[in-house]
Design a protein around this ligand. Structure first.
Ligand code: ZN
Length: 418
């Protein structure tokens, strides 16, 4: 900060010519902005994942702006223009959907945003920090007190409305608030390490920003038939495509479901030293067994007619502890996760009683339910702990979200870029 005080002194000693100061400011701003945009392009072209690209922007690109920010004046229009340009570059590189929420781009990842910092916020933050420094030191330093006198005005407080309150952009957030663990539902943004284009796609899906036929007809009032392009039965919404279309149920949903169940399955195998399929695309055998355990995959268990649900995704029997766990996976619409969890529990109670009676093992039913766009209930972590082996909630959530991204890309025939 001593350098800064020296800078102030230098400025005050220069004959006070407003025009030359203005020109100097402008030249500095132009130079900084050009350097900033050059670095942004460099970061966007890199192979970094979505989270690390944004970290690079915040810690490697924005300092170019921050360095001169508090010292020279920076007109609001210029800051806004540079932010618009930044978002255009993001969009061009596939990292930000053009109709996605700008507020959310600048919200921290913990709160469900992308965690980018804007030029505007950087300049305002730096300016207010320097003002605070000057205010604190003005009483003991003549030069700084002269600075303070010249500045005079109070800092403009940056008031940021929240994306959750927006009618379309915040709809998903409001829908899942009642059923999901919000922090956990967004943790894939922090921990999954997805590509920026996948992050952008899933957030756009959550924000009703994707051009589905229903959105085109209802929001943009085009003459598009709002019904689903595949089944022609229901309105084509993101919810319908990701978890409600009967044309996708047989293959696409099944594939996503099996990928998630496969993670759990392989972790159980590892726990008991049983061999699992090497490739994540390989279908597990119906039965694997050793001295310690027996694992059934999608196996129809012989029961009397009273037990309707007798083919859960996984049954694992621990022979030493005389315990069995019945696991069933579901990836419903995000607002349905709690209901689905309950449904799965109820559905397998008959099978649980049957197994306890005939196999003489203590049996637990464990639902593994993840919303198609990542929402999870507060209980998911506890459920996973009841399954032998170690399955993290982030691993299954990441897998479900990736599966959904694939379904959206294929169905909406989205190109790589928007
Ligand atoms: Zn459909």
């Amino acid at each position: 900060m001593n350098t800064f005080a020296n800078h102030c002194r230098a400025q005050l000693q220069v004959p006070r010519n407003t025009t030359s100061k203005c020109i100097l400011d402008e030249v500095t701003r132009k130079g900084a902005t050009a350097k900033y945009l050059q670095r942004i392009r460099q970061v966007l072209r890199s192979q970094l994942n979505g989270k690390n690209k944004i970290r690079a922007i915040n810690s490697y690109v924005l300092p170019v702006i921050r360095y001169p920010a508090g010292i020279i004046s920076w007109p609001m229009e210029e800051m806004k223009a540079t932010d618009v340009k930044t978002r255009k570059l993001l969009t061009m590189h596939g990292g930000f959907h053009p109709k996605s929420s700008t507020l959310r781009l600048y919200t921290s990842r913990k709160e469900g945003g992308r965690g980018q910092v804007s030029v505007r916020a950087t300049v305002q933050d730096e300016t207010s920090k320097i003002h605070k420094y000057i205010k604190d030191k003005a009483s003991t330093d003549d030069v700084l007190s002269e600075c303070l006198r010249q500045w005079g005005t109070e800092d403009e407080v940056l008031e940021v409305p929240s994306w959750e309150d927006k009618p379309l952009h915040g709809m998903y957030h409001r829908q899942i608030t009642e059923v999901a663990d919000i922090r956990k539902s967004y943790q894939w943004l922090e921990k999954a390490g997805l590509k920026d284009s996948t992050e952008a796609l899933i957030l756009a899906a959550q924000e009703q920003a994707l051009n589905t036929r229903a959105i085109e007809a209802q929001i943009y009032h085009t003459r598009q038939d709002p019904r689903c392009r595949l089944c022609k039965e229901a309105p084509e919404t993101v919810q319908h495509i990701t978890a409600g279309c009967k044309m996708l149920a047989g293959k696409a949903y099944m594939e996503r479901h099996n990928q998630v169940a496969g993670i759990v399955y392989r972790n159980i195998c590892a726990e008991y030293g049983l061999e699992a399929p090497r490739s994540k695309w390989g279908t597990p055998p119906k039965v694997v067994e050793n001295d310690r355990a027996k694992i059934l995959w999608d196996f129809q268990i012989q029961t009397d007619k009273m037990v309707m649900a007798n083919q859960p995704d996984i049954v694992v029997v621990d022979k030493e502890q005389r315990k069995a766990v019945v696991v069933d996976v579901a990836i419903p619409s995000d607002h349905n996760i709690r209901k689905k969890e309950h449904e799965k529990l109820e559905k397998y109670q008959g099978l649980r009683e049957k197994l306890e009676k005939t196999w003489k093992v203590k049996t637990t039913v464990v639902p593994v339910v993840i919303g198609a766009l990542g929402a999870v209930t507060p209980k998911l972590e506890q459920w996973l702990k009841q399954i032998p082996g170690t399955t993290s909630d982030i691993s299954v959530q990441k897998c479900a979200v990736l599966g959904t991204a694939k379904i959206l890309l294929r169905t909406l025939k989205l190109p790589g870029l928007w």
